[in-house]
Design a protein around this ligand. Structure first.
Ligand SMILES: Cc1cc2nc3c(=O)[nH]c(=O)nc-3n(C[C@H](O)[C@H](O)[C@H](O)COP(=O)(O)OP(=O)(O)OC[C@H]3O[C@@H](n4cnc5c(N)ncnc54)[C@H](O)[C@@H]3O)c2cc1C
Length: 404
């Protein structure tokens, strides 16, 4: 027997996946008066985020530097204002305005990612500062200033404690009446104007009929919606934490969030974490793997990392790697999110495709997803519409892959 809503008057939504897309959607739908069930495969301990969710981990970059893409720059600026609002609501700030330092090995050239970001933000009156080799040497001494001919600092950007943010949003969701279910969504299909969702929880399988189902299952979304498979792919990306023997040069005031010629090299990272390590990731083509199983970093990754560090950040060249992680992008071919009703099933909404940059939009994702659910016109959704056959390559340049 399908389960029936306990709130017959309220429309009923089930959200599959409690990463940043799912939890913000659940919060906003609940705020708008929906009965909301939020399903994730978290453990029996309760509403902890799933350890393999992209949204977990200690940090994510919060920036509005998007090259010449004025539209995404504006959208990220809107989200940035939302981070300030969240910081006021969090018991302790979880977004840290540590700045974002973008370095380039060659002098800025028109059209390059760093040059275009700097120009776009300058035209918008944002307080970005050019950082040449002298300023790099003086203000940010961990860097080998011989290697970087140009760069800029965006002092408004920074990083957020992603896992802690998600845990807090889950608490807010529960407090607002969202009903968490620890279990796996096994299938979603159209049912009348809504959807029927098969959920396996506590070793029991049941079908739940809802007015709307939101598939926000990150890198697993295309398992529930196979029609997404050629458009949004699970791509594995490596992350490491290194413990420097001398942490001083890596303190946030001397070592902001950074991208080191990122479109060409893929390397980016964070200031010294309060627990004494520096997190570094590689944003590239990544590799294809199973998001439920992959744990090993590709062979050759660590030697490439060490070569980069020896040249760019000598103080980290010998630092011990204290943590290794494989994290999955729900990688859209063009880098843009997918937030839309399915064309032939308006009771099913997809909310995924965060690729390497979805987290920072957290403060505005919920409203966009809820607008898609309620069929409310939202100019921001045009770019995130259902778009099979989209050509790859619209996203900013990516470094080469790290096939295992
Ligand atoms: C290495 C790495 C670095 C990144 N860096 C940044 C950054 O610096 N800045 C930034 O803005 N973004 C960054 N991102 C991207 C950002 O993290 C993602 O876009 C965002 O977190 C995706 O959120 P999500 O809700 O779509 O997916 P997830 O957080 O992965 O959540 C999906 C959830 O769905 C659940 N789920 C899956 N299948 C099922 C099922 N069948 N039933 C029930 N539950 C299910 C999973 O358990 C999971 O909890 C990064 C991503 C990675 C991997």
């Amino acid at each position: 027997m399908p389960a029936r809503s306990r709130h017959p008057a309220a429309p009923h939504a089930l959200v599959a996946g409690a990463g940043i897309f799912g939890v913000t959607a659940a919060l906003e739908l609940r705020r708008r008066g929906w009965r909301v069930q939020l399903v994730d495969r978290w453990g029996s301990g309760g509403a902890a985020p799933h350890a393999r969710a992209s949204t977990t981990d200690v940090s994510k970059v919060i920036r509005m530097d998007y090259g010449a893409d004025r539209w995404l720059t504006d959208l990220a600026a809107e989200a940035m204002a939302g981070w300030e609002g969240w910081n006021r609501r969090f018991s302790l700030p979880l977004f840290h305005r540590a700045g974002f330092l973008l370095l380039s090995e060659s002098p800025f050239e028109a059209g390059g990612f760093e040059e275009a970001s700097f120009r776009t933000l300058s035209e918008l009156g944002r307080p970005v500062e050019r950082v040449g080799p002298d300023a790099l040497r003086r203000r940010f001494p961990a860097w080998n200033a011989e290697r970087y001919a140009d760069g800029y600092l965006n002092p408004e950007a920074g990083w957020a404690e992603s896992g802690a943010v998600l845990a807090t949003l889950l608490e807010w969701a529960e407090a607002s009446g969202v009903e968490p279910i620890g279990g796996a969504v096994e299938g979603v299909e159209p049912f009348g104007h809504g959807a029927r969702v098969v959920v396996c929880a506590d070793e029991e399988r049941r079908a739940i009929e809802v007015d709307a189902a939101v598939v926000a299952a990150g890198a697993w979304s295309n398992r529930l919606l196979p029609q997404l498979a050629r458009q949004v792919e699970a791509r594995a990306m490596p992350v490491v934490h290194l413990r420097p023997s001398d942490p001083d040069p890596f303190l946030p005031q001397r070592f902001p969030v950074w991208g080191a010629d990122i479109g060409r090299t893929g390397w980016y990272g964070f200031p010294l974490h309060p627990e004494g390590f520096v997190k570094i990731g590689h944003h590239g083509a990544g590799w294809s793997d199973d998001p439920d199983r992959a744990d090993a970093l590709p062979e050759g990754f660590e030697s490439r990392l060490r070569a980069f560090l020896a040249d760019a950040l000598p103080g980290l060249a010998q630092a011990e790697i204290v943590h290794r992680r494989v994290c999955f992008y729900a990688d859209a071919r063009d880098g843009d999110f997918w937030i839309d009703r399915l064309p032939d099933a308006p009771g099913i909404v997809v909310a995924t495709g965060g690729s390497g940059h979805g987290f920072k939009f957290g403060p505005i994702l919920g409203a966009m997803i809820a607008n898609a659910v309620e069929g409310i016109e939202d100019r921001r959704l045009h770019r995130f519409r259902w778009r099979p056959g989209v050509a790859p390559g619209k996203e900013e340049a990516r470094a080469e892959g790290l096939e295992p």
